[in-house]
Design a protein around this ligand. Structure first.
Ligand SMILES: Cc1cc2nc3c(=O)[nH]c(=O)nc-3n(C[C@H](O)[C@H](O)[C@H](O)COP(=O)(O)OP(=O)(O)OC[C@H]3O[C@@H](n4cnc5c(N)ncnc54)[C@H](O)[C@@H]3O)c2cc1C
Length: 242
């Protein structure tokens, strides 16, 4: 998306990616249907130590911009609970649409490109890969988060931040199921596969949605939401009869 916007501004854009193909994480997103937007996006929906950043980021590219992009590419979609928007078909339609738009503004892609070093000069950056050296006026690092390393995720972005003395907030898992200790796992094992409407909460935050008992612990939308706020050692309160 960044390459596309830069290309639209007439910049000469080269995308280097060590993966063999584009958008692997988009392909698995939303269970393969990509939850590409939400009708009700507010800055408060995002966890960020600087809430003003969320306001400006959302104002500059809203859910209506992405819906316009989806409609322009004739990708059919539907709404699920809480205004979530999913493709009717496969998430690959979104990757194809992005690649098509990028091609139209002249963005060039180089896959299988392992980056070894980044050097900053006064008015340019030099990026060294295993077999090539590139020089550019601007450099965008968009190497993503740490989840699912077997489809290309790497800590490279964090390493570059360290190299340039950019402070890092320690990353932690979010939107994930919670695993139970062995004793609780055994206690709840008969409930595995059952989902109930429940309220789950920590000291300052709570969610009311389904909680799913699994063979490892707890999942379902309420738990996934809460996981982004939970820190190891904190007690999670669950009301199964809200
Ligand atoms: C299972 C799952 C489901 C999800 N579902 C949704 C959803 O439905 N809706 C939603 O909005 N979000 C969803 N997300 C989150 C979403 O996928 C990410 O927020 C999004 O992909 C982040 O985009 P990105 O461009 O920052 O990083 P990524 O999509 O991770 O892209 C980073 C790219 O950088 C490349 N790279 C990494 N390291 C290097 C390196 N050293 N050298 C060269 N290239 C490198 C990678 O190969 C990759 O192509 C989901 C995530 C997961 C894991």
């Amino acid at each position: 998306m960044c390459a596309l916007e830069a290309g639209k501004r007439g910049r000469k854009v080269l995308v280097l990616d060590h993966a063999k193909k584009p958008g692997s994480k988009i392909l698995i997103s939303g269970g393969g249907s990509c939850n590409f937007a939400n009708y009700y996006v507010e800055p408060e929906n995002f966890i960020c130590s600087n809430p003003h950043f969320c306001k400006s980021a959302i104002n500059r590219y809203t859910q209506w911009d992405i819906i316009e992009f989806i409609n322009r590419h004739n990708i059919s979609f539907h709404e699920r609970e809480h205004g979530q928007l999913f493709c009717d078909g496969k998430a690959s339609q979104i990757v194809d649409a992005l690649m098509l738009d990028c091609k139209q503004v002249g963005v060039v892609f180089e896959f299988g490109s392992e980056i070894e070093e980044i050097i900053r000069f006064d008015s340019s950056f030099v990026v060294k890969s295993s077999n090539k050296k590139y020089e550019s006026e601007s450099l965008v690092v968009a190497t993503g988060g740490l989840s699912i390393p077997n489809i290309g995720a790497s800590p490279f972005g964090y390493k570059i931040a360290e190299q340039f003395n950019i402070p890092i907030i320690s990353p932690k898992a979010g939107l994930v199921p919670l695993t139970l200790h062995n004793q609780d796992k055994e206690r709840f094992s008969d409930l595995s596969g059952i989902a109930v409407d429940a309220t789950v909460g920590l000291k300052d935050v709570s969610f009311r949605e389904n909680v799913l008992f699994t063979h490892r612990g707890l999942s379902g939308p309420a738990i996934l939401q809460l996981s982004s706020y939970w820190n190891p050692g904190e007690t999670v309160e669950i009301d199964l009869l809200p």
